[in-house]
Structure formats: structure tokens, C-alpha cells
Design a protein. Structure first.
Length: 408
């Protein structure tokens, strides 16, 4: 089992080419963020290469750094590392990758400004709103969450055969599970410590009520040959790249499987941002032979617990494109699940899943967004609200914010 803990920073290599360089030391790094949409963009995540911070503020220390909005309010922020155990002997910030913070753009607000400054005092420890970890105590689960929704998926130990008389659970699936939250604080560790029976009941914080089984769950993938879906087994290795408080990033790797005669392996990179119902997932498939394969991303057709007698509405949008469900349950409230897949080529179904399709080339990541909502959390309480949220998420994905830097 791979257990290396890294910090996410690859985007810094690209982002640094997109922003102007700061040629001299300044009192503050000024940051201007703009976009072209009229809609609100709550919890918009803003990333700045640490190289630009250090260029403007030489010798800046992550524990003595302040990010302020235009009104002077201090914003929670996060600094990622470039690599495990990275060295910085000259105190040049060489070990750091990105500065990350968020802003709530109101409807019609298309521009916002911020400052990044050195501080004479130590930063407070900001509450974690995004978190991911390997869970060896529960048969190699991997779990993650933000302040809106939690997830887990399944590792090698759960797939292993049960020794005679052990009673060990066995489940072979690469589907993605959901845990529904009613609170904004982290619950993954608390629920695992509470025990299996407790987190299947809503005791005020939420509950595990989603059904995965052999399905794709909420956002799992497979290779589609036009009639059947070929899927991987449980994830093989994991790697945490960043871990809050604003953003968590991790990778799950899947061993090669047979897809109608083509051997395919997959690495999924999850980017989990605070304040969002949907996670960004970049899946990279590796194969030889065909120039392209058709990949399917799925939602389980039967997502509810037993005895819930669900009424399930399924909405497919070619314009976004997106696939979503709104599930009204007998006693556990209503849940929404969704996939947004820019560049999708169509939709399909198999016995277990509703599917949205896309073409992929070997080694080139496929980006999509997947997640869920629960009406009892109070953020999204109707099918109409969920449909609108998913459409807005698709629009935001197509229109990323633009960041420009200056100094004063």
C-alpha cells in the first residue's frame, strides 16, 4: 500500500506563465480576480504560484502571511508544498507550490481585489473545510469530505477473499460512495470512530444512506464498448497531495483491467474545494492499440437504502453537458447526485447505471465534476434548485476566473 504524503503544486508550473512577474520587493502583493459571468460564484477558489508571492515578498513565511479582501478582512488561506520533504536552504520558498484562498462573488460582481502581506504575528490555524485520508482501520477505505458532503471508495482489503469463518466483508467495486452531511465541520474521523451501525442513522450530523454495490456509485468510471461497461476493481494505491484547510487533492490508482480486449489502467486525481457540492476529478486512462476509447461516467440507478421507495427523476442536459438525479425517499429526505462532463459525446444506460460518455486518448486526462446534495443540509432543497446548481457549476467550469498580480 502506497502511503506517501505529498503537497499539490503542479498547477503552479503552468499558472506562473499566465501572470506577470513582480520584479522588486513590495509591501504587499496585490491580486485582482475577474470573470465574465453574471451569476454568483460562491466559494470561488483562487490559486497563486508561490514563486510570485516570494518574488513580491522575499522571505515570506507561511506562518506569518495574511490574505485580505478589499474591505481588509483576513481570509483563510492555504499554502501547498512542491514535493515530499522538499528542502528550502535559502529560505526562498522553494518548497512551496501555491497560495490558495476563496472569495464569494455575488451575482453581477465580476471583479474583486485582494492583498497578500507579511505579518509580524503568527497566523491563526484556520478550520479544516476539506480533508482526505486513507482509512486502514476500515479495510483500506479512502475517504474525503468538504463542508458540504463526504465520500469514500474501496481499497484492496475489502476486495480480498474472506478467510473461512472470519465474517469479513467482501466487495469488489470502483464505484464512488456518498456520505450525506448536515453540518459543516469534518465528520469522516468521527463517523468511523462511531462504528458501522451508527453512521447508518441520522443522529444530527447526517448519515450513510447511499447504495453503491457493483454500480459506478456517484461518479465512477468504466470503458464503454457500445453495449457493455468494463470496469476496474478497487483502487490499488493512493497518494495525498494537499489536505486543507481550503482544498484537498489526492490520487487513486487502479490496476489494468480488460476492456473488450484492450488493457486499460487509470489514475484519478480528485480536487476537493470547500463550499462546493461537486468535486473536480481528472481521470487519466493509459492503454495501447486504439487511438481513442469511449469512457463512461455513471450514476447508480438504485441509489437509495432499502425500504425508501424512491421516486427518481433523471435529467440529461446536452448543452451543459450534465447528468443528474433527484431522489425523493420515503423517510430519509431527498438527495441529488450529478455529473458535469465538459466535452461529453452522449448518454447511455446499462443495467446498473445512467451513463454520460466521452472520448479519451491514452495519457490525456479527462476532467469531470461529480457530487451530491441532501435537502436536510439546507443548502439545496428541491429538484429545481439542484438543476440550477448543476447548470451553474457547468458554466463556472467553462469560464474560469482570471488572476492578475501587481505590487504596492
Amino acid at each position: 500500500m502506497q502511503s506517501t504524503v505529498l503537497r499539490f503544486s503542479l498547477a503552479a508550473l503552468f499558472a506562473s506563465a499566465l501572470v506577470p512577474s513582480i520584479a522588486f520587493a513590495a509591501d504587499a502583493l496585490t491580486v485582482t480576480v475577474s470573470h465574465d459571468l453574471a451569476l454568483a460564484r460562491p466559494s470561488e477558489t483562487i490559486t497563486i504560484p508561490w514563486s510570485e508571492v516570494n518574488r513580491a515578498l522575499p522571505g515570506a513565511l507561511i506562518q506569518r502571511l495574511v490574505v485580505k479582501d478589499a474591505k481588509g478582512r483576513v481570509l483563510p488561506h492555504q499554502v501547498t508544498n512542491v514535493a515530499p520533504l522538499a528542502k528550502d536552504p535559502k529560505n526562498e520558498g522553494a518548497a512551496y507550490g501555491e497560495l490558495i484562498f476563496q472569495h464569494d462573488f455575488a451575482a453581477g460582481e465580476k471583479r474583486a481585489s485582494f492583498t497578500v502581506e507579511k505579518s509580524d504575528t503568527l497566523n491563526p490555524v484556520f478550520p479544516a473545510r476539506a480533508f482526505a485520508r486513507y482509512v486502514p482501520e476500515r479495510l483500506d477505505d479512502f475517504a474525503w469530505e468538504n463542508d458540504r458532503v463526504a465520500h469514500r471508495t474501496y481499497g484492496p482489503a475489502l476486495a480480498a477473499p474472506a478467510p473461512a469463518g472470519s465474517g469479513k466483508e467482501v466487495l469488489v467495486t470502483s464505484g464512488l460512495d456518498l456520505w450525506f452531511k448536515r453540518v459543516d465541520y469534518p465528520i469522516v474521523d468521527r463517523w468511523y470512530n462511531k462504528g458501522h451501525d451508527h453512521y447508518h442513522k441520522d443522529e444530527g450530523e447526517g448519515m450513510d444512506m447511499y447504495n453503491v454495490g457493483k454500480s459506478r456509485g456517484a461518479g465512477g468510471t468504466g470503458v464503454w464498448d457500445g453495449t457493455a461497461l468494463a470496469t476496474s476493481t478497487n483502487y490499488a494505491t493512493w497518494k495525498v497531495l494537499a489536505n486543507g484547510p481550503v482544498r484537498a487533492v489526492f490520487e487513486l490508482s487502479y490496476d489494468a483491467w480488460d476492456a473488450a480486449g484492450t488493457k486499460v489502467s487509470e489514475v484519478k486525481r480528485f480536487t476537493v474545494d470547500a463550499g462546493h457540492q461537486l468535486d473536480q476529478i481528472d481521470s487519466t486512462f493509459t492503454f495501447s492499440g486504439p487511438q481513442q476509447l469511449t469512457v463512461a461516467v455513471g450514476l447508480n440507478k438504485t441509489p437509495s437504502d432499502k425500504k425508501q421507495d424512491p421516486k427518481i427523476a433523471v435529467v440529461r442536459s446536452e448543452s451543459d453537458p450534465s447528468l443528474l438525479q433527484w431522489v425523493q425517499q420515503a423517510s430519509n429526505g431527498s438527495i441529488g447526485t450529478a455529473i458535469v462532463l465538459p466535452g461529453a459525446s452522449g448518454f447511455a444506460d446499462d443495467a446498473l447505471n445512467h451513463l454520460v460518455l466521452a472520448k479519451v486518448e491514452s495519457g490525456k486526462p479527462l476532467r469531470y465534476y461529480a457530487g451530491a446534495a441532501w435537502d436536510r443540509a439546507g443548502h439545496i432543497t428541491s429538484q429545481e434548485a439542484w438543476t440550477a446548481y448543476v447548470a451553474q457549476a457547468a458554466a463556472r467550469a467553462k469560464n474560469p476566473v482570471k488572476v492578475s498580480l501587481g505590487s504596492r
